[in-house]
Write a protein that binds this ligand. Structure first.
Ligand code: HEC
Length: 129
């Protein structure tokens, strides 16, 4: 009798565990899909987070994708979902975007001293907008 109830308890515990693991997995999978649909291009999250920091540091004063307040630069939200860049009307490619960042534009200052990793991180962040 005692053995039987211990077994039942263990079985119940195992069932509850399996259920919660299953739920957690289902949750992760759906969250992942939403993100993929939004970002289109997969980027490593740590890199995008790094890029966000650089962006807040160097770019936010003129480009603010968060609050939509009028700033001097164009809104970069959804940049990688567009075909052409907002100001120069160049194809949206990593090469064109990093070129604009490094060389600047008619009204945007150049950032020639940003290194490869900082540029890659910035691009990763821009892809999440
Ligand atoms: C002093 C304001 C200012 C700062 C700082 C600035 N930008 Fe810009 N940005 C602009 C303006 C203005 C434009 C519109 C095009 C031009 O005049 O160069 C622009 C355009 C762009 C474009 C679109 C280019 C195109 O082809 O249409 C991208 C992408 C961009 N900026 C990214 C950045 C990033 C990334 C940073 C930070 C490293 C940054 N900007 C910092 C003002 C700024």
């Amino acid at each position: 009798m005692q053995l039987g109830s211990t077994f039942k308890r263990t079985a119940l515990l195992a069932l509850a565990l399996a259920l919660s693991v299953g739920l957690a997995q289902a949750h992760q999978t759906s969250g992942h899909n939403e993100q993929a649909a939004k970002a289109q291009t997969q980027v490593p999250p740590e890199m995008a987070a790094q890029g966000k920091e650089h962006f807040q540091h160097y770019c936010q004063t003129c480009h603010n994708p968060q609050d939509g307040s009028p700033r001097r630069g164009p809104d970069l939200a959804g940049l990688y979902q567009r075909k052409l860049t907002p100001a120069m009307k160049h194809p949206v490619t990593d090469a064109n975007i990093s070129g604009h960042i490094k060389q600047g534009g008619p009204r945007m200052p150049p950032f020639p001293w940003l290194d490869k990793r900082e540029i890659s991180a910035l691009l990763a962040y821009l892809k999440t907008l």
